[in-house]
Design a protein around this ligand. Structure first.
Ligand SMILES: [Zn+2]
Length: 168
């Protein structure tokens, strides 16, 4: 450890390196995209996917007074008599800032499209809400060859629902 600075030809020693590490911001987005950025990329992955007629079955929020807010809802499947669970987490660094489309976001949906097309890409950019399953860590070279993070159509429907309801 004592030779660290010398090893990399640096003029500062270990103490200076520790100081720099401690001075780094605690909250590191690590490249986390905002909800707006994620939504913008939806059409790159799902070219013909229709979300405007999807039924959002109520949305609940929690944590809106804190540094992260959860928006959850069931969204009715377009192809069958079942619902998918959608979940958006919005983050902020300061309690005075509102949650908006420009908040760093994490997203998750229980539908197959989310699972097969974007879960891995979302996970790689720290945009996956909740704990990743082992399947979430498997790339999708055919369905999403450029690993573009994006929501599925159910999450887009929830996003526009949240805007209409004044949640964000
Ligand atoms: Zn979905």
């Amino acid at each position: 450890m004592a030779s660290y600075g010398k090893q990399y030809g640096s003029t500062y020693g270990v103490r200076e390196l520790v100081r720099q590490i401690e001075a780094a911001p605690m909250f590191d987005d690590g490249g986390k995209l905002t909800l707006r950025q994620l939504t913008t990329q939806f059409r790159d992955i799902f070219r013909r996917s229709e979300y405007s007629k999807l039924q959002v079955l109520g949305a609940t929020t929690s944590g809106e007074k804190y540094l992260s807010m959860n928006i959850r809802s069931e969204v009715k499947s377009a192809v069958g008599p079942w619902n998918y669970q959608t979940w958006i987490v919005l983050r902020r660094r300061d309690l005075n800032n509102p949650f908006t489309m420009d908040s760093p976001a994490e997203i998750r949906c229980t539908c197959p499209a989310f699972h097969y097309f974007v879960a891995y890409a979302d996970w790689t950019r720290k945009n996956l809400a909740g704990r990743p399953s082992s399947w979430n860590k498997v790339a999708a070279p055919i369905r999403n060859p450029r690993t573009i993070p994006s929501p599925c159509k159910h999450l887009v429907a929830l996003t526009f629902h949240a805007i209409r309801k004044g949640i964000i």
